[in-house]
Design a protein around this ligand. Structure first.
Ligand code: NI
Length: 220
């Protein structure tokens, strides 16, 4: 709302007030919609997985990927060998779960000794490559931590990476506003070893202290 009080406001206050109420109701509906979605979306929190743990029967999580980092460089999983990877799939326009998870991931690293944290590379892999260009990712990951790397690619590259990790994602279109769509997606963080093998996962609601404790156990 960009109305100036001196532009007809005194002449006709009632329509203005009515418009405001309509907007307020619409805003509340939007907030309720997003809150409900993130709370109930079956794929948004990893379904029935525990808040963290070494998932049984998931030896196949992870594998080769070919993506592009936030500086536009081609990268593969081999570029991260020798480091633990903390891999999260999400997208920069995500209203709530992604920022919460990414913030938690970097908070957990901040709780470790610096020497331990330096062994772990936090990574965001975009599931929305149409909007998440390298430049856009670069700005976004910078809000969280200089440690965080953002990876994107073309639609096929992202699909292949998500498939390797067993990550689900799908566009949730809004017919009234096709530009501002959402992405439904798995919201799990994967800890991969220096050899690239899956070690354990963390759900988005695992607190940073719990995550840090688990990371200490693994890294020693
Ligand atoms: Ni998200």
């Amino acid at each position: 709302m960009d109305r100036k009080p001196d532009q007809g406001g005194a002449r006709s206050p009632k329509p203005f007030k009515g418009v405001f109420i309509v907007f307020a109701i619409a805003a509340l509906m939007v907030v309720a919609y997003f809150a409900g979605r993130s709370y109930f979306a079956p794929s948004g929190d990893g379904g029935s997985l525990p808040s963290s743990g070494a998932t049984q029967g998931t030896a196949r999580i992870g594998g080769p990927f070919n993506l592009v980092d936030q500086d536009g460089n081609a990268v593969t999983e081999a570029d991260f060998r020798g480091k633990y990877m903390l891999v999260y799939f999400g997208y920069t326009y995500c209203p709530d779960v992604c920022p919460t998870s990414l913030n938690r991931n970097v908070q957990a690293l901040d709780l470790l000794d610096p020497a331990q944290a330096d062994k772990i590379q936090p990574i965001l892999i975009s599931v929305d490559p149409a909007r998440d260009t390298p430049a856009h990712l670069k700005e976004y990951v910078g809000y969280f931590s200089p440690r965080l790397i953002g990876l994107t690619g073309n639609a096929e590259q992202v699909a292949a990476a998500a498939k390797a990790y067993g990550v689900y994602y799908a566009k949730v279109g809004n017919p009234d506003d096709p530009e501002h769509y959402l992405m439904d997606h798995t919201s799990i963080t994967y800890l991969m070893g220096p050899d690239g093998a899956f070690i354990r996962h963390f759900r988005h609601d695992a607190p940073p202290e719990e995550m840090a404790a688990q990371l200490r156990k693994v890294i020693g």
